[in-house]
Design a protein around this ligand. Structure first.
Ligand code: F6R
Length: 589
């Protein structure tokens, strides 16, 4: 949520470097954007509402610059509320990612001291607080530290001074530093990918660390002002590019990458998975956690661990895990699933659990994340950049990994691999199936007129319809409702009537009869049923055939739902890769 970017160096024009960096961060928020540069000892700023647009940028060349792309939290989408915000004496500007949770209290304190506010943002409170601290302290760095340490919540800020110096402080919201040794250039950003092609080394700042950069880069602790010995990471993703490869949208490109994604999980080191499997077997409770789509993947992974591993695995949604906090024990294990590795709701659970001695494992896609850093068992999805705000290929990667892990726990790693090989082939085939594609077009056209859609499944397919629901809501802006097949008769049956559509996912397994019974009940009330199944049945008004993959069927079954959501989003003219109001990396609570 919100992207921040800064550049200082000799190799490139800072204005262009920051502009290009922001373009790569716009998945984090696309309400407004702004850039500040230093020109002849003065700060110049441009801020705009809407998408980042090169034509609007008329700032000249600079050696250092900062920029911001906003997902509005406090304060509506206006040019005044856009970042960077300028200090009263115009000697520095500040951009921010996070939410100052005590901002009302701080604002009222500062207002009483005579400070005036021109925007509605919590960010401006940070700026005025620095000014207030500076009045007594007279040392800018100490003033920033003092102000920063008074903020509650997860906040990361970046400051540009008129002398050209860049200062960044992290607490919670992400911040990575990239260094190009050849050009003596330093980058600061919310993610590594946004500057990956230019840098050799990266540093993931830890919470409470401050980076100061002009001619040289120094990192200090905000608590004691002591310099930190920096641990550099080699940039391993230098070659990764952002291209649609001829596809119309990133979403459909990323769905078509799914066979390779399955292959990548199969290539994960068996030794590392085995280590985690042993830990799982020796843990009292295994909590799988994630948020949104990663939450659905966490539930699916817990299902696999219970079903194949016989493990006491419980799934939790990041933001709703607090009522389990008092149950966390040293003998427990948390497995966190996250594309970004920076989701605040998930991170907060891990940070709490770590303090009480719970062991942490994570499966993350984005390199250099805090989640990976604080995990005892670190796994990378290596799925490549997922640019579409809606997660598709990383969801597949997460559930495939969860499945493989459960098979290792079960002592059947090679069976797992062999099942995944068949799954990969079936996914490839489904994605190339032209007849199916036409059928999905026809169904998508029908469904795109609907206000409400229902999905129904049981067992291995339950989380698949939950994830299908998420995609239909996000991409299609359609109200969708995922119903556990057995629960239909307890409540949702009241909504079944002629003219309503229900999508059901049925596998040839022990839940087939129960699911078909529920479908019969739906049909008896006159609703239409779209069946995604291995076997045709006259009960279906529309039938989408999928291969019978036994225990990995669910992995294949998500693909038609992802394709349907994509097609509906396109038909409705929605912004497919950047659905309204949401952002990819949700770094606020
Ligand atoms: C939905 C989607 C979100 C994310 C969620 C967690 O398509 O992408 O629901 O899954 O915000 O994000 P990560 O995986 O980065 O923790």
């Amino acid at each position: 949520m919100c992207g921040i970017f800064a550049y200082i160096g000799e190799g490139r024009d800072a204005t262009k470097a920051v502009f290009n960096g922001l373009k790569r961060l716009d998945y984090r928020g696309y309400d407004s954007w702004g850039i500040s540069i230093v020109e002849k000892g003065e700060i110049k700023t441009q801020k705009y509402i809407g998408e980042i647009n090169r034509k609007l940028l008329t700032l000249g060349r600079s050696r250092s610059a900062i920029g911001h792309t906003r997902w509005a939290t406090n304060g509506t989408v206006t040019q005044i509320n856009a970042h960077p915000h300028t200090s009263s004496d115009k000697s520095y500007v500040l951009a921010h990612n996070g939410i100052v949770e005590n901002f009302t209290k701080l604002k009222s304190f500062l207002s009483k001291k005579g400070y005036k506010f021109i925007s509605d943002t919590d960010t401006e409170v940070i700026l005025r607080l620095i000014e207030y601290e500076y009045r007594n302290e007279k040392d800018f760095i100490i003033s920033v530290q003092n102000a920063f340490n008074k903020l509650d919540g997860r906040n990361t800020i970046i400051i540009l001074k008129k002398e050209g110096e860049v200062i960044a402080v992290r607490n919670g919201s992400p911040l990575v530093v990239g260094i190009s040794e050849k050009n003596n250039d330093v980058y600061f950003s919310s993610d590594t990918l946004s500057f990956s092609q230019y840098v050799d080394k990266t540093i993931t700042l830890e919470n409470g660390q401050m980076a100061i950069c002009n001619d040289k880069l120094t990192i200090i602790n905000t608590k004691d002002n002591n310099e930190v010995t920096v641990n550099y990471d080699v940039n391993t993703i230098k070659g990764q590019e952002y291209s649609k490869d001829g596809f119309r949208h990133f979403m459909i490109k990323e769905i078509h990458e799914e066979p390779q994604i399955i292959e990548k999980v199969m290539l994960q080191s068996k030794k590392n998975i085995l280590k985690l499997a042993n830990k799982i077997k020796n843990s009292t409770t295994v909590y799988c956690i994630g948020s949104g789509t990663a939450g659905a993947a966490a539930f699916q992974s817990a299902y696999y661990l219970r079903t194949f591993g016989g493990i006491n695995a419980i799934a939790l949604i990041g933001a709703e895990a607090k009522d389990y906090f008092h149950l966390f024990k040293k003998s427990d294990l948390i497995i966190a699933l996250s594309q970004s590795g920076e989701t605040a709701d998930t991170l907060e659970v891990i940070e709490f659990a770590k303090k009480v001695g719970v062991c942490i494992a994570s499966y993350v896609n984005m390199p250099g994340s805090l989640m990976t850093k604080i995990s005892d068992y670190k796994f990378m999805a290596n799925a490549g950049p997922e640019i579409c705000v809606m997660s598709t290929k990383v969801f597949v990667s997460q559930i495939v990994w969860g499945y493989l892990l459960s098979k290792v726990v079960q002592g059947k790693f090679y069976d797992g691999l062999s099942n995944l090989r068949k799954t990969k082939t079936a996914v490839s085939k489904l994605l190339k199936d032209k007849i199916l594609d036409k059928k999905l077009d026809k169904i998508a056209t029908k469904l795109s007129y609907e206000k409400d859609l229902f999905l129904l499944a049981k067992g291995q397919n339950l989380q698949i319809i939950r994830e299908g629901m998420i995609k239909l809501v996000e991409g299609g802006y359609i109200h969708a409702h995922a119903i556990p097949a057995g629960d239909l008769k307890h409540y949702a049956i009241t909504l079944m009537e002629p003219g309503k559509y229900l999508i059901s996912v049925i596998s040839d397994d022990e839940n087939k009869t129960d699911t078909m019974n529920a479908i019969n009940e739906v049909k008896a009330r006159g609703a239409s049923v779209i069946g995604i199944s291995v076997f045709p049945d006259k009960i279906y008004d529309e039938y989408i055939q999928v291969a019978n993959l036994g225990e990995t069927s669910a992995i294949l079954n998500i693909i038609p739902l992802q394709l349907l959501a994509y097609k509906i989003a396109v038909l409705k003219g929605n912004n497919v890769d950047k659905p309204r109001n949401i952002a990819k990396s949700v770094t606020v609570k």
